[in-house]
Ligand binder design. Structure first.
Ligand code: GDP
Length: 493
């Protein structure tokens, strides 16, 4: 249908100008949606597998395949599959921002998947942090090729760092694909697969994964597409009786998310398209056409004009969905990545509190509790308390008050400073040590006060894990991972 240019100051009017029968009937998605992040050492085969998945799920049209097949003949084969992700989605590029943020989509029987930070994409964050912070599941790619598994797994290899980050960032389910099984040095060897499985299992356990419940191993060849969309034959691998990759992805169960919770959508990007459009993933709550929301931390009240899930307009969307939301009441220039689209909040409780003739402490407590669980807007702070695990320090430096790093929390990236170490915790016994530490070293667990220059929207880890876990990085290295344990100098809308 034809849509008028929106009048930014009058959301209601714009909404009326869009006939609702323009909204597709399938506005309530029947398939569940999951975000997946690919992790693993460089050259393990992440891009190849990503491209192969898109090819096998019919995301790449015949014409494009032919085009790249021809090119692949001229050039080396390496960039062949990668090219699929990057260059085929001409249409998507025109329609939306999918390609620009490095996302790709595919579907299996029961699930729609979004590949976050699609590997091979030019803006791919090699440390995969931004992807992992939004991911529901991780696909850990391991190369079975002689020497490559070993390199990836050794100190300095990315396998370890990625697994530890994924765990801390809340990726609770892992599919470990043992890739390159077709390699001449591997030849679908059961011994090699078993060796990798047992070594990785030990390591994953030590990183906090429940290997029996939350981890699954699969042999595949990303390059050949073997054991990916359909199970492989005994002629290829006589000893494998398990599932293929798509089946395994289909069967992954993740804990149900609460559509009734307060609305929280960290904004990862924004642009102008008949109004102001913001992109992000719903971490909590439900959004509907016509809702009044607030953009935090700048506290601008906005109206929801339209909601797009993948390329479809929908009337409402719940937790886990990646959306583009058209808003009125705010200019695109006034939003930056890391801001949060939030429910406005219930002020009734507090108003009621002030009208009471007697205000006992108990009342305050009850109302505070009520307020905490009602649809309050996301907190905006410039300082918070956190528990940190120190992973690595540059040049064996010490970690003390005054330490500066870059804070990555949901879609926020901000300079921060540790202003005080308040308590050290024994990493093994989890006991709190009595003496207040002046400094700590690598491997320590410590509680501290963290300051940022600009207001940021975060939550306590115990309230909203997705908005309360973070990493600290300096010079491109992850120094520490942490959880928000308290909010100070908090402001609400
Ligand atoms: P990434 O860095 O993890 O994204 O790895 P790439 O997808 O770029 O792959 C690195 C190299 O491994 C490329 O030369 C691929 O062709 C090769 N490769 C990837 N998967 C397979 C596989 O299943 N079998 C074989 N033999 N080679 C593979």
């Amino acid at each position: 249908g034809k849509r008028d240019t929106p009048d930014k100051t009058d959301g209601v009017k714009e909404k009326e100008s869009i006939p609702l029968d323009d909204v597709e009937d399938g506005d309530e998605q029947t398939k569940r949606h999951l975000n997946v992040v690919f992790i693993g050492h460089v050259d393990a085969g992440k891009s190849t597998i990503g491209g192969q998945i898109l090819y096998l799920s019919g995301q790449v049209d015949e014409r494009t395949i032919q085009k790249y097949e021809k090119e692949a003949k001229d050039k080396s084969r390496e960039s062949w599959y990668m090219a699929y992700i990057m260059d085929t989605n001409e249409e998507e590029r025109v329609k939306g921002k999918t390609v620009e943020v490095g996302r790709a989509h595919f579907e299996t029987e029961t699930t729609r998947f979004t590949i976050l930070d699609a590997p091979g994409h030019k803006s791919y964050v090699p440390n995969m942090i931004s992807g992992a912070s939004q991911a529901d599941i991780g696909v850990l790619v391991i190369s079975a090729r002689k020497g490559e598994f070993e390199t990836g797994y050794e100190r300095g290899g990315q396998t370890r760092e990625h697994v530890q980050l994924a765990k801390t960032l809340g990726v609770s389910k892992l599919l470990v694909v043992v890739n390159k099984m077709d390699e001449p040095t591997v030849k679908w060897s059961k011994e090699r697969f078993d060796e990798i499985e047992s070594k990785m299992s030990l390591f994953l356990k030590s990183s906090g994964y429940n290997v029996k419940k939350d981890v699954q191993f699969l042999p595949i060849s990303g390059l050949m597409g073997t054991n990916m969309k359909s199970r492989m034959g005994k002629d290829i691998c006589p000893w494998w009786n398990g599932t293929c990759l798509f089946e395994a992805l289909d069967a992954i169960e993740i804990p149900p998310r609460d559509p009734q919770g307060p609305f929280r959508m960290p904004i990862i990007d924004k642009f102008k398209d008949m109004g102001t459009v913001v992109m992000g993933k719903i971490e909590s709550g439900t959004i509907r056409d016509g809702d009044t929301m607030v953009v935090m931390p700048n506290k601008v009240q906005v109206k929801v004009l339209a909601i797009f899930c993948d390329e479809n307009r929908v009337r409402r969307a719940g937790p886990g969905e990646n959306l583009r939301v058209r808003l009125s009441g705010i200019e695109e220039e006034d939003i930056i990545g890391g801001f949060v689209l939030s429910s406005v909040g219930e002020f009734l409780g507090l108003a009621f509190c002030h009208s009471l003739p007697f205000q006992s402490c108990l009342y305050q407590v009850i109302l505070k509790t009520f307020y905490a669980f009602a649809a309050r807007p996301v907190a905006a702070v410039s300082e918070f308390l956190a528990q940190l695990s120190i992973l690595e320090l540059l040049d064996n430096a010490i970690f003390c008050a005054g330490y500066k790093a870059v804070l990555h929390i949901h879609s926020v990236v901000e300079e921060c400073e540790i202003v005080e170490l308040t308590q050290q915790i024994d990493p093994k016994t989890r006991k709190r040590l009595k003496k207040k530490p002046l400094f700590v070293k690598k491997g320590a667990v410590v509680e501290c006060r963290v300051q940022v220059n600009n207001m940021i929207c975060i939550e306590k880890y115990s309230d909203f894990p997705q908005l309360g876990r973070f990493t600290l990085r300096t010079e491109g290295k992850t120094v520490a991972v942490g959880k928000v344990t308290g909010l100070t100098s908090s402001e609400s809308a």
